[in-house]
Ligand binder design. Structure first.
Ligand code: PEP
Ligand code: MG
Length: 583
């Protein structure tokens, strides 16, 4: 029986496939498909981890201090009984054999089933026993982690698996987990939580696959292997669709593909508005591997390299200067002399470090020690990154872009540290471009209100609309409960954008937009009308935006701006937006 679930559309397109439901617990463990033929090794790892956990429990019980409360021994016995019951291993072994899940994933999948069953029990005492299962499984997972490191099972999914029809369904996916999926080519994502401009959504968009977030209850209501249609255009998920619905969506899929192929024809068309204003389109990347795609999509530079993603998914050390230098210099070389804006680490809010280095960034709220604030509080780490970027500037057009600035003293400190990094390289006789360009992100309303301060120091500016909206409207961009209030067209946002673009142009300081608004074809004309001529977005959005630019008449559009800025009532604004679409 088909039913629909509704959420927020974050990445367009249609996907038809089968669900792989991943719990949030599962996301905290390594989860990947194992190679065919290695099932027995994986099962052995699982069994050995159970054995390690069992021995640990025995040891604990044998060494209990004499004055321990009686319940302690009973508690350990309960855990031992759970652990020794072969039923707990049965399903994970089946999952390893039949679905090729790795051991940790198989085990947490079973744990979820068990916890769900306990949830449904009315008796409050019995209900709480679910916690015992969780603790036992966690003990086994800890043991497994050790085994996995030794086993060095190939990372992530296997190329021979047909993942093109697999749809990931999860309660939530952290940005760094989303990044792990990057190599897997799943066909769509659905999550219970998340906002349209969370970093998870941004990474999903960069994968150019349909996705819906904020689909309440999806991970509970959808079961493993359920057939799904993800309508990314509307944020709808159809569960168990009938053949007629599938046929209808296959038709729409084919239409989308046709339109996408047609867009390719624009690849080499010069980017100019209808009335001849040249526009620069650059790409946003999260990982150095994305640079090639940026180049292929005819981006003329990287407007935003979110370098913090290099610092994620690492169990131990942060990337050292050599590693960063290699990554940045490779990227500038791939871009063949085109500018590459390497944004210094913007950790915090939904982007956290993990593993042993998690403590460095855990619990940084969006209003906390995020972005440049964190870098300035960790000057040694910041200096390493600055030296690496500077060294990369000897091989191409690397530029430094600094996030989350608002205060004059932060700007002064940044320049002091850049000066220090340069002198350290001089001492080592290492090459860099002494004229390297330094830019600032404009993503706090305070920054817009003191733009002349930024003009004084920076070679270029880039508007981070994702955060500018979050901080102006006071809305957590990752929280789906307030996602309906996250409005890029709020008159306050339009005023801040217009002010930043027009003042920068007057001051002759290059200005771009690298937030998600730059890649949204629905607002391209508004940004052009305000005088923006430099956009940076994910490579996958580039041609759609280009198509809008080619049709737009900036001279006429600009005439509508004064009225748009005064349109405080939604109805008035809507009328003007319709007018803008016609120009
Ligand atoms: C922004 O805030 O718009 C931006 C581009 O930076 P991020 O999305 O990484 O915070
Ligand atoms: Mg930002």
């Amino acid at each position: 029986m088909p039913f629909n679930l509704h959420g927020l559309s974050v990445s367009n397109g249609i996907s038809i496939g089968q669900a792989v439901v991943i719990s949030s617990a599962a996301l905290e463990v390594d989860h990947r498909f194992i190679e065919a033929g290695s099932e027995e090794t994986e099962i052995r790892l699982l069994q050995e981890a159970f054995e390690t956990a069992r021995k640990e429990l025995h040891n604990l019980k044998d060494n209990l201090p004499e004055d321990s409360p009686e319940e302690m021994a009973a508690f350990l016995d309960v855990h031992r009984m759970i652990l020794e019951d072969p039923v707990l291993q049965k399903k994970p072994i089946e999952l390893i054999k039949k679905r090729h899940y790795n051991a940790a994933w198989a085990l947490t999948t079973e744990l979820d089933e068990i916890l769900l069953a306990f949830e449904e029990i009315d008796d409050p005492y019995l209900k709480e026993r679910g916690a015992d299962f969780r603790q036992v499984v966690e003990r086994v997972l800890v043991a497994l982690k050790g085994f996995n490191q030794i086993a060095r099972i190939p990372a992530l999914g296997q190329k021979d698996r047909h993942l093109s029809e697999v749809i990931i369904v999860a309660h939530d996916i952290a940005p760094h987990d989303m990044l792990r999926f990057k190599g897997l080519q799943f066909s769509a994502f659905v999550t219970d939580l998340g906002g349209r401009n969370s970093h998870t959504a941004i990474v999903a968009r960069s994968l150019d696959i349909p996705a819906a977030v904020g689909v309440k209850g999806a991970s509970q209501l959808i079961h493993q292997d359920d057939w799904l249609i993800v309508d990314g255009d509307r944020g709808i998920v159809i569960v168990d669709p009938n053949p007629v619905i599938i046929e209808e969506y296959r038709h729409r899929q084919a239409e989308n593909l046709l339109a996408k192929n047609k867009l390719q024809l624009l690849k080499h068309t010069p980017t100019k508005t209808f009335d001849g204003v040249p526009v620069t389109l650059m790409a946003n990347i999260e990982l150095p591997e994305d640079a090639q795609q940026a180049l292929e999509s005819s981006a003329i530079g990287i407007g935003l390299f979110r370098s913090e993603f290099l610092f994620m998914n690492r169990q131990g050390e942060l990337p050292n200067e050599e590693e960063q230098y290699r990554v940045y210099s490779n990227t500038v070389q791939v871009m063949q002399g085109l500018p590459v804006n390497i944004r210094t680490i913007d950790i915090g809010a939904d982007k956290t470090l993990d593993g042993d280095i998690k403590a460095l960034s855990s619990n940084i709220s969006p209003l906390g020690l995020r972005g440049i604030r964190w870098s300035l509080s960790e000057p040694e780490i910041f200096l390493i990154q600055l030296r690496a970027i500077l060294r990369a500037s000897a091989h191409g057009s690397a530029q430094i872009l600094i996030p989350m600035l608002a205060q004059a003293h932060e700007i002064h400190q940044c320049f002091e540290l850049i000066k220090l990094a340069k002198s350290q390289l001089d001492d080592r006789a290492q090459a860099y471009n002494p004229q390297i360009k330094i830019g600032a992100m404009i993503e706090l309303p305070a920054a817009v209100l003191v733009l002349p301060l930024f003009f004084k120091y920076f070679d270029f500016l880039s508007i981070g609309t994702n955060d500018l909206i979050q901080y102006t409207l006071g809305i957590d961009r990752s929280d789906n409960a307030v996602a309906h209030l996250y409005d890029p067209l709020h008159p306050a946002i339009l005023k801040l954008l217009e002010q930043t673009i027009s003042e920068s142009r007057k001051a002759n300081v290059p200005i771009s937009v690298c937030g998600e608004m730059a890649g949204d074809p629905n607002v391209t004309r508004i940004l052009l009308a305000m005088g923006l001529t430099n956009f940076s977005m994910h490579a996958s959005q580039l041609l759609t935006v280009k198509k809008e630019i080619l049709k737009a008449n900036v001279t006429l559009l600009a005439q509508i701006v004064p009225r748009l800025l005064e349109a405080y009532e939604p109805a008035d604004q809507e009328m003007l937006l319709k007018e803008i679409l016609k120009v």
